[in-house]
Design a protein around this ligand. Structure first.
Ligand SMILES: [Zn+2]
Length: 257
């Protein structure tokens, strides 16, 4: 099993919920008052059962008009058409917009040979149009494609992949466990987006259930330390992969390549 970060870039986001590319080498954060700065790392894992993509980013294109995600998959040595499983933690626009892309004036699936695994409750909540964190035009394309598989609760997709309903960040958020040949990768999506979230105990206002999300982080941290998980941090500013240990009753995260 081999895992790759498909780093899509750094962005600032303000109350308009628009994500604007941010390049620390030339942009000044002072010009973006009131903005949050976030990094985006979708992940790719090669397993004997096929290639897995975990969350799909903002779906931004590079200057040549190619999807950054497609480029990064090629740089890792694969073709976007090789992706068999697209595993979605939840459908907020910074995780789900790259499920589709615009090609010759038409929105189409970015991974036409893949099955997209989405939580049923998340799908319904996103589609209801009640929150501006979701882009429903993306869902139309996926719904018509026949590639969508809605899942509920906890379950298993194959020998290597299982999912677990978490419900802290959004009500129907889910996390994924990828295991093969003694290796164990964990994708917590926005329940565990950065290693720092293990180091400090807090309930966040941006979560659907901040207290539950806090308890989940503790639970994942304990299991990660006990079982040797490699955690994948979607919004990490530094190392996107990390191993957790417990020292003097607190978590420690060691970034790994
Ligand atoms: Zn989110």
């Amino acid at each position: 099993m081999q895992a790759f970060s498909l780093y899509e870039g750094s962005y600032s986001v303000d109350s308009s919920k628009k994500f604007i590319p941010f390049d620390p080498s030339k942009d000044d954060p002072k010009d973006r008052k009131g903005s949050l700065f976030i990094h985006i790392h979708p992940f790719l894992i090669q397993t004997s059962k096929g290639l897995i993509l975990l969350d799909t980013g903002l779906g931004y294109k590079d200057e040549a008009g190619n999807l950054i995600l497609h480029d990064n998959i090629k740089k890792a040595g694969f073709d976007p058409r090789d992706i068999r499983f697209v595993l979605m933690s939840h459908l907020h626009q910074d995780h789900a917009s790259g499920m589709v892309y615009e090609n010759q004036g038409k929105l189409q699936l970015a991974f036409p040979e893949a099955t997209y695994y989405v939580s049923r409750g998340e799908w319904e909540a996103g589609y209801s149009g009640k929150s501006s964190s979701y882009k429903t035009e993306v869902f139309d394309v996926l719904q018509r494609s026949g590639n969508l598989e809605l899942v509920e609760g906890d379950g298993r997709i194959n020998d290597a992949i299982s999912y677990e309903h978490s419900g802290g960040h959004t009500e129907f958020h889910q996390v994924f466990h990828i295991q093969e040949n003694g290796q164990y990768y964990f994708f917590g999506g926005d329940e565990l987006p950065e290693p720092e979230q293990l180091l400090r105990k807090f309930a966040a206002k941006y979560d659907f259930d901040g207290k539950k999300a806090m308890r989940l982080r503790e639970n994942y941290g304990n299991r990660a330390a006990a079982e040797g998980w490699i955690c994948m941090f979607y919004h990490s500013t530094k190392a996107p992969f990390g191993k957790v240990s417990i020292v003097d009753d607190s978590f420690r995260v060691e970034g790994i390549k």
